[in-house]
Structure formats: C-alpha cells, structure tokens
Design a protein around this ligand. Structure first.
Ligand code: ASP
Length: 437
C-alpha cells in the first residue's frame, strides 16, 4: 500500500461544509495518511481570505494600532467552523492566545502563518489525527532560503512515527526558531515537501477546479480539460501564466518521481489532471496547452554581416546585464538579433539602453518596441507530430494575427509567438481552434 499526501487549498476548507467534504475524501481512501491544509479561503466572490486579514492585522500591529476589528473577523470564521463541527477544543482560548502571539511576535510571516496553524489544529481535531507543527520540521536557512534536504530528513523521520497526521501548509522556521513562510500560495510547496518526505506514491492537490484547462476559460469558451501533463510541460505553462499550482511546488515531487494529481474537492469523482514525468503510452496529443502573458518589449537589432561578427550577441547581453535586465527569449536571424524582455525590466530606460547598445555594438538599426504579448503553445507530443507549426501559423494567419516574433525551444516542447497585445485574445483563440476544430 502506498502513501498519498493530500493538500487542501483555502476554498476547500473555507467553512464547516467544506471540512465535511474534506473528511469524506480523506476517509474514503486509507492510503491518504497525511493532510496539508491551507488557511480558510473565500466562501463567495467578495469574501475575504484569512491570510489577507492576518497580513492586515500585522500592518496594524506594526503601526501600533488596535487590530481587534480585523482580528474579530478572523475569530468569527474559526469559531463558526468549530461550532458547526461541534469540535471539542477550547476555541476561545486558542484564538485569544493567537491574538496575543501576533502582537508579541510582530512579524508578517508569523501573523500570516497563524491561518494555516489554526486550520491545522481544527482539522486534526475534526479528523482525530495527530497534529505536526511544521515549525519544527520545515526549515529555512539563516538567509531565509528553504533548506530542502535538511527538511526532508527531519520531516521524513517525524512522519514515520505517525499513522495519520495533519501538517499545516505555508510555513516553517529559521534556525533561531522564528517563523518563516513560503511565498503566497505556498501551501502547495508544503504539500509537495511532505509528499517527498513521506515517500508518497502520489501527491494530491485538492482545489476548487478539476485540473488544468487547455487554455484560459476567460479567453476560450469551454476549453478542454488536460488529463495528463508532464512536469516539463507544467513548467512551461505555469511560467507563462497558468496558475493552478505554485511554481515551486513542482520541484520536490518531480525530484522524487512522485506524480501530482490536481483534484476538485467539490467534485471528487472527477479524475482531474495527473502530472507525471512522462505522458502515458497511448496518449497522443500534438499540443497539451496554451498559455500567455502580456507586457513584453522586443529589442530588435540589425547589423549587416552580423552572423560573421564574433561576440556580437555576448556584447548585447552584457549591456543588458549591466542594466540588470533579465531576458526571456533571444531569437536570431542572419543579420538580426531580437531580445524579448518584460516591460518591467525596461521601465523608463529605453533611451539609455538603446544608446548603450549603439555604443557597444554599433548596429545599423536598433529599436525597442513595447506592447508585445507572448503565447506559448506547449506539448511534448509536438516532436512526433509533423505539421504542428503549420497548423499553428495557419490558424494565426486565418485570424489575421500579425506574428512579431517566433521562438521554438530546442527541446521542441513549445512554440512561442510574440503578437501585438491587442491581438492577444484573438491569437489564443486561433491557436486553440487550430488544434481543436
Ligand atoms: N494561505 C496562504 C496564502 O493565501 C498560503 C496558501 O494558501 O497556499 O497565500
């Protein structure tokens, strides 16, 4: 029998009714031995997330203001859950102590971590499972960098002592014991870290959607669901804007060869998306997903005989490095080099950058144009599907989209096109339709 680690997002644990669904899910499979909860999320569209309220409390503590009105909203949420589930815990004492601790410790990380901590205490009481405080097992170094191997050892030996346990997500501690959190959405990382430390056969990430979709549903109507995704594809898609999972949660499980299953707490029978090392035999899609981002600039440089000039690209890049600019793509032609960078990297320095590149590289022509959107069409299947690029570009042509830049990674995992921002939605729909007509 393998072990499954189940992480539940904020909306999966937003109220008592959601807790009931979670309990049912956990008890319906004896392999589900470890649960990692987030803090309660939104119950409806305009509701507040506990974590946001906790940061607000911290800001008030920092300013020396009274945080009671923000904190009482938090207290009410937890009290309601404990009451509705008839939990046998001293919820008032717990909340009172938490308020005092937030005031005493007075750091943003500590305040924010209490959302997961309290939800973990409630969930473990509700399930009758052990509670493991990640403070003692999820470790960050003195610089605040997550100490992956140290954590793996500490947590691994602790988990072996428990048949069932709840381990709150999002936080751990630095060597002096101070609480430290991952970045926002970081309970996904805790879940992956617990899965690796437990030697799990599966990491289940329970959320409020049934996995990844082939394209953003705000752009493409009713996009298809992605049943299987490889970790490499997921990297590409999440870098380009698909936001179901925290980017960094991929690494611990990928390293340990553990698949991740994105599942829907509100529709547990749905298979969701399975993220694996390799696409299973028999699954043959030319493309897996489409994702994109706006707000890029294209630095286009032309120079006759550029291809025979040694060190040209290096000089361009060294100028960008001097400006501390990180680059996204660098497609080259015979006499041209283009560099794609995020607008935020250029800020208002376009004039200065142009001037410096002219000085160092003496190009015939250089231009920096903003307003570019990048769209990645991703799929491990494209290597063995001739005609993928033709389909994609025909689709864009039919839709009248002008392609400003093309880049295909050498892994043949993706084709990236740059289009004018105004063409973004049209281009995503055109690519989607080209592969799903
Ligand atoms: N509660 C934290 C946040 O809102 C962490 C998480 O939910 O993953 O960012």
């Amino acid at each position: 029998m393998g072990i499954k680690v189940a992480k539940f997002g904020g909306s999966s644990l937003a109220d008592a009714n959601q807790f009931k669904k979670v309990k049912q899910i956990l008890l319906s499979d004896p392999d589900r031995r470890f649960a990692v909860p987030s803090a309660p999320g939104k119950r409806f569209k305009d509701d507040s997330k506990i974590t946001d309220l906790l940061y607000k409390c911290y800001r008030q503590v920092e300013k020396g203001e009274d945080f009671q009105s923000a904190f009482s909203v938090i207290e009410e949420r937890y009290r309601q859950i404990a009451f509705d589930l008839a939990l046998d815990i001293d919820i008032d004492g717990l909340l009172d102590q938490t308020g005092k601790d937030i005031r005493r410790v007075a750091t943003p990380d500590f305040a924010a971590s209490r959302g997961e901590y309290l939800n973990g205490v409630l969930l473990s009481a509700y399930l009758g499972w052990d509670f493991i405080d990640p403070k003692n097992y999820i470790r960050f170094d003195r610089q605040g960098v997550f100490a992956e191997e140290w954590t793996n050892e500490l947590l691994g030996s602790e988990l072996r002592k428990h048949e069932h346990a709840v381990i709150p997500g999002f936080y751990g501690s630095v060597p002096n014991g101070e609480i430290r959190t991952f970045s926002r959405g970081g309970s996904d990382i805790t879940g992956a870290v617990v899965a690796r430390a437990a030697g799990a056969e599966l990491y289940e990430n329970w959320t409020d959607v049934s996995g990844f979709l082939m394209a953003d549903p705000r752009i493409v109507e009713n996009p298809r669901e992605i049943r299987y995704l490889t970790y490499a594809e997921l990297r590409e898609l999440s870098y380009m804007g698909a936001t179901v999972l925290h980017e960094e949660s991929i690494f611990p499980v990928h390293k340990a060869g553990i698949p991740t299953n994105i599942k829907n707490t509100n529709d547990p029978a749905h298979p969701g998306t399975m993220i694996l090392e390799k696409t299973p035999e028999g699954v043959q899609n030319a493309i897996t997903g489409i994702a994109g981002h706006k707000n890029f600039s294209l630095i286009s440089i032309e120079k006759a005989m550029l291809n025979s000039e040694k060190g040209f690209c290096r000089r361009v890049l060294s100028v960008l490095e001097d400006f501390d600019i990180s680059i996204e793509h660098m497609p080259t032609g015979i006499d041209t080099v283009s560099v794609v960078v995020a607008d935020s990297e250029i800020q208002d320095r376009a004039g200065e950058i142009t001037h410096r590149i002219k000085e160092v590289c003496q190009p015939d022509h250089i231009e920096i144009s903003g307003g570019i959107a990048l769209i990645a069409t991703v799929g491990v299947g494209m290597v063995r599907s001739p005609g993928t690029a033709a389909k994609l570009f025909n689709g864009l042509h039919r839709a009248g989209v002008n392609v400003r830049m093309i880049d295909q990674g050498s892994s043949e995992l993706n084709i990236i096109v740059g289009v004018d921002t105004g063409d973004f939605d049209k281009a995503v729909r055109a690519i989607y339709e080209a592969f799903n007509a």
